[in-house]
Design a protein around this ligand. Structure first.
Ligand code: ADP
Ligand code: ZN
Length: 718
């Protein structure tokens, strides 16, 4: 028997299968999709069996060393999906398989183990009447009865009695595999759908095709409730479901709602899990114990069988795109591929759909369903735009008088406030008041960010850090001071303006495991009056007592040189506004801006997504951006600037020669990161035609060139 094994050789571009012989004693356990140890050069490495053959064209084959685990790690669907992913992203096949697997199952990792609990039970072969027991021992024996009881529960009674019973062979100890997470829940909460929700549900169920559906529903319209009802429908047909949510900030509340209804049927896959927890959840899915998978981007690869529906909540979120490493895939595209394999329906949900998805829904390429009323019957919150150009004189720090007064008013009524610091593309840095000097990272062409609590200046790209300084290295004056707004700074200002208790939530305060969830719970329990934070506070949270949402600086995200900056700003402001007035009390939103006439801000005020959509589509059409054109982003990088520059120009010329029907822009220089010089080339195209052929050739050409790295990103989100 010969097997064809796909190996991962780290820091190399080897991406092909090698043939190996299988020793006779292992033949019975060999399946396509299992992990094996193979000799490779002088090393032993791990790979996936992709094919089983009778013989090979190659002579003198080596034998595989062993089978890592008899479990099939890549099933037929995943084996095929990996090939399609490679086709779609032009990445290596091994990277496409690796991205589908949790860390514990990746080719090279063997460090995570199953977890066991220790149980006791009474030895059935003895007669208890033959023994005499003291009180503690009796208590232990009674507790065991006919069941297996956890050792930890028996220790609480008496550890010495426990040991005596064990030594006398009256109790028998055994280890049973356990899972690290437990979603079991007795509540089984089911809400009856409102008539509007019912219409949407019925429509969706009635579709008998696999065309994806957009559920365009305002914030608080009860989309999540509709998702759960739809999932219930498919579970009753013995099918399974995937629900994707953007990131952990959304996952906890959603998970709670799902476990309140579905209990242990759910499995969670998100970034806040430990490797062990993720491994357990993954195996519960594989074994068919969990039938609903809820998670972030990579949960789209969950090894569910017989999928009935794939739901992608907050469809517009850019977190569904893997942008920072290969394969640069979008979970939404993977959803469509899996939908075909399983005959599963796909549902995209959003209050602010991406232009791409909305355009398809408008054209009838997707089904379109709407929920335009809130469940509580309340209007969407009233939104007021505060023109900071006029408010300057009356404002204290970054707060207009109107906003401060309203914050204090709400707090005095016993209500809660959410404040958003829109910091996308903006952070605080240190600059010299005398000469204007700013600290830059020595490795990257980027200003260092000031971290007040640790008194350091840090590079958010390469991790470089240095102590805060007082004297300007340029002019020698003691005039260095922090500029730009950070949450810490706003919190300080706010403390002087209100007596309300402030909870600051940003990536610094939530990085510790479990912190985010803890903060959300304490805010929900009204231990704080004000939740202050970055983008993290804008998404999906549902706090009944929040009646005021304030946006401190709406503009920062508008100023980013990205064709999606208006769309991102509109969506962010709309999302955060949606946090106000979600229960029986009406909500109010105050947005501070220096650009009150910008169309993104104006349409937010009137909660007019469709108005924004039309205006933005017009601009995209004129400027030849998505959804009218597709974009492919090519990044060329390396340590030697002149080599990178020259090769970038060669690539550009080769594209020009071969792709004369497309718009090719660049190369333009990107800022340096970690002493790596980077150039970008963009292709704008309507039809993919031969673009992938040319790009594959380019990738191949540079494959073994250590001076140049070429990364390809189709439909980038930045
Ligand atoms: P969305 O996902 O559109 O923002 P949610 O599903 O979170 O909306 O619904 C908003 C609030 O209304 C939640 O607190 C939810 O529990 C409640 N809700 C939604 N649908 C119903 C229903 N049919 N009956 C009772 N409460 C509901
Ligand atoms: Zn740096």
């Amino acid at each position: 028997m010969v097997v064809s094994v796909l190996v991962e050789v780290s820091s190399s571009n080897v991406d092909k299968c090698f043939d190996y012989l299988v020793p006779q004693e292992l033949e019975n356990d060999i399946r396509v999709g299992v992990k094996v140890n193979v000799p490779f050069g002088r090393r032993e490495i791990i790979g996936f069996v992709l094919e089983i053959k009778n013989d090979s064209e190659i002579d003198n084959l080596k034998y595989i060393n062993s089978i890592v685990s008899k479990d099939v790690i890549l099933n037929d669907e995943m084996l095929e999906l990996g090939k399609q992913l490679k086709e779609m992203t032009l990445s290596t096949l091994i990277s496409c398989y690796q991205v589908m697997l949790p860390k514990a199952l990746k080719a090279h990792d063997n460090s995570i183990n199953k977890k066991y609990d220790t149980y006791y039970s009474i030895n059935k072969d003895i007669d208890l009447k033959d023994y005499k027991f003291n009180d503690k021992q009796l208590e232990i024996i009674n507790k065991c009865g006919n069941d297996k009881v956890k050792r930890s529960e028996l220790i609480d009674i008496s550890i010495s009695s426990l040991n005596t019973l064990k030594n006398k062979n009256i109790l028998i100890e055994e280890k049973i595999e356990t899972y690290r997470l437990d979603h079991s829940n007795e509540k089984k909460i089911v809400h009856k759908l409102t008539p509007l929700q019912k219409v949407v549900y019925d429509e969706f169920i009635s579709y008998d095709d696999l065309i994806p559906t957009l559920l365009f529903g305002v914030t608080g319209s009860g989309k999540t409730e509709v998702y759960m009802e739809i999932i219930d429908y498919y579970l009753k047909l013995n099918k399974t479901a995937i629900v994707l949510v953007p990131e952990i900030s959304l996952t906890h509340q959603l998970l709670n709602r799902f476990s309140d209804r579905f209990g242990n049927k759910i499995a969670a896959l998100h970034s806040a899990l430990s490797d062990g927890e993720r491994y357990d959840e993954y195996r519960r899915i594989e074994r068919g114990e969990a039938t609903i998978v809820i998670g972030a981007r990579s949960a789209i690869f969950a090894p569910l069988k017989n999928i009935g529906v794939i739901i992608i909540d907050e469809e517009h979120s850019d977190s569904y795109k893997q942008s920072d490493s290969n394969p640069r895939y979008n979970a939404k595209d993977v959803a469509l591929i899996r939908s075909k394999y399983h005959n599963a329906k796909v549902l995209f949900g959003s209050a602010t759909p991406s232009l791409e998805v909305m355009a398809r829904a408008e054209k009838g390429v997707y089904h379109l369903l709407k929920l335009d009323k809130r469940v509580n019957g309340k209007d969407l919150p009233e939104i007021k735009i505060i023109d900071m150009n006029n408010e300057m004189k009356r404002s204290v720090g970054h707060f207009s008088k109107i906003l401060i007064d309203e914050i204090n008013n709400k707090i005095s009524l016993g209500e809660q406030v959410i404040l958003l610091l829109n910091r996308r593309g903006y952070s605080s840095f240190v600059s010299c008041k005398n000469c204007g000097y700013t600290f830059k990272c020595p490795n990257c062409d980027i200003t260092l960010t000031y971290h007040k609590s640790s008194k350091t200046l840090r590079c958010h790209y390469c991790g470089y850090a240095t102590k805060e300084q007082i004297v300007c290295p340029e002019c020698g004056e003691k005039s260095l001071s922090p500029l730009g707004v950070g949450t810490e700074r706003i919190e300080e200002e706010l403390k002087k303006l209100t007596t309300g208790k402030i909870l600051r939530m940003d990536y610094d305060t939530t990085s510790r495991k479990g912190m985010h969830e803890k903060m959300i719970t304490s805010f929900r329990n009204h231990e704080y009056d004000i939740l202050l934070g970055t983008q993290i506070v804008s998404k999906g949270l549902d706090f009944p007592l929040v009646t005021l949402v304030g946006v401190i600086n709406a503009d920062t995200s508008l100023n980013i040189p990205d064709f999606r900056s208006s769309e991102n700003t509109f969506s962010l402001l709309n999302q955060v506004s949606g946090r106000a007035g979600r229960s029986d009390k009406s909500g109010k939103v105050l947005i501070q801006t220096y650009n009150p006439d910008h169309y993104a801000i104006k349409y937010v005020k009137y909660n007019n997504y469709l108005g924004f959509y039309k205006e933005e589509m017009n601009i995209r059409r004129i400027l030849k951006y998505p959804p009218y054109y597709y974009i492919c982003f090519i990044k060329i990088s390396g340590k030697d600037n002149s080599i990178v520059f020259n090769e970038s120009n060669k690539i550009k010329r080769s594209l020009d020669r071969n792709l004369n029907n497309n718009i090719i822009l660049g190369p333009s220089e990107l800022f340096r990161i970690n002493n790596t010089y980077r150039y970008s080339i963009y292709i704008k195209y309507k039809k993919i035609d031969n673009i992938k052929d040319i790009l594959s050739k380019i990738i191949d050409h540079y494959k073994n060139n250590n001076n140049i790295k070429v990364d390809i990103d189709f439909n980038p989100t930045h």
